[in-house]
Design a protein around this ligand. Structure first.
Ligand SMILES: [Zn+2]
Length: 338
């Protein structure tokens, strides 16, 4: 089969690789219908995460079940499925509490930018759609594997409620998905922080009511201006830098909440500042598995259309161009079709 291998920073290739097989009775093998490049794949591509040896890459996928292990009972060959970027059993106490990405038996599907993928813990990880989706639903369903579920978690963690004011820090695919989530959860005012015009337009289309293009201290001052000087009820931090986290904390009103889903790189939070801010802080890798049934229903019913975040579609063989376009910010997110 064809599979994407990262050899070194900036060096992404599609190569022939052995097809994955069932290695445990809880595995499934799926034939990839669509996969994509994640902002977090760029950490490897840019050499911020060291690449010590060539390895398969990619963790977002939708596909058709090809084969299942003898213990798998909830999905069967021929079904269209979506799964989380982290495999979970969906039965342990942590999963039952809704935090599947910290599952006691979690495992990591990897190498998903390929024609076939082995998914561990298939029963707990994969969710089949009620029927085979039409072509136009596939991009939106693919976002549920990571970015839309992550934006959803950011809004939940920031406790977005009907009638509330939400700020979204970050205009990547996750931040834009966070705008959709805040709208669905009933926020009345949604302030998207973005300085890129195509992303501002998409944020408005997804339900943002205001755009703030300033950053840092100036950005915080703008948020205060827009919220009667007190700050927002909920802030979704979808970047993961010191500046974005600081901006998020200072934009939140006392008693408000920050949901942070940008993978932190050198982020420190001052304990005393947090203490006196009265701000609640919750984040982590999003338990997207917990939201899959609900989000699949929202896509099928047409209430959300997060697939709009894909502004570049390429055949899998041109994956290198997908990375390059995202690295150079020419594309928000690249969808790949094997
Ligand atoms: Zn579990």
């Amino acid at each position: 089969m064809r599979a994407t291998i990262i050899h070194a920073p900036g060096d992404i290739r599609v190569e022939n690789a052995p097809e994955p097989t069932i290695t445990a009775p809880t595995d499934a093998v799926i034939r990839t219908v669509a996969t994509c490049v994640c902002g977090s794949d760029l950490w490897d591509y840019r050499g911020i995460n060291p690449v010590t040896e060539p390895h398969p890459i990619g963790h977002e996928y939708v596909g058709i079940v090809e084969e299942v292990g003898s213990d798998v009972s909830t999905v069967k060959p021929g079904q269209f499925v979506i799964g989380s970027f982290i495999a979970s059993d969906n039965t342990c106490p942590i999963c039952r509490a809704g935090y599947h990405t910290s599952c006691m038996h979690r495992d990591f599907p990897n190498g998903c930018q390929a024609e076939y993928i082995r998914i561990p813990l298939a029963d707990g990880t994969l969710v089949a759609t009620p029927e085979k989706p039409s072509e136009e639903l596939i991009p939106s369903l693919l976002t549920l594997s990571d970015v839309m579920g992550t934006g959803w978690y950011a809004a939940k963690a920031a406790e977005v409620k009907p009638g509330s004011t939400a700020v979204v820090v970050g205009d990547g695919a996750v931040g834009l998905s966070g705008v959709i989530a805040a709208r669905q959860l009933g926020a009345e005012r949604i302030i998207a922080m973005s300085r890129h015009e195509p992303r501002q337009k998409l944020a408005l289309e997804f339900g943002a009511t205001d755009i703030v293009s300033e950053r840092g201290e100036e950005g915080v001052a703008r948020i205060k201006e827009l919220t009667d000087g007190i700050g927002a009820d909920s802030v979704l931090e979808c970047v993961g830098t010191q500046q974005s986290m600081h901006q998020a904390l200072l934009s939140t009103r006392p008693g408000g909440n920050v949901g942070f889903v940008g993978l932190p790189h050198d982020v420190a939070v001052d304990g005393q500042e947090l203490f006196f801010s009265h701000v609640g802080l919750r984040g982590g890798p999003a338990p997207v598995r917990a939201f899959l049934p609900d989000l699949i229903e929202r896509v099928f019913s047409g209430r959300i259309n997060p697939g709009r975040v894909f502004d570049l579609t390429l055949p899998l063989d041109e994956v290198a161009e997908g990375y390059k376009a995202m690295d150079e910010r020419r594309a928000i997110k690249a969808l790949l079709r094997p």
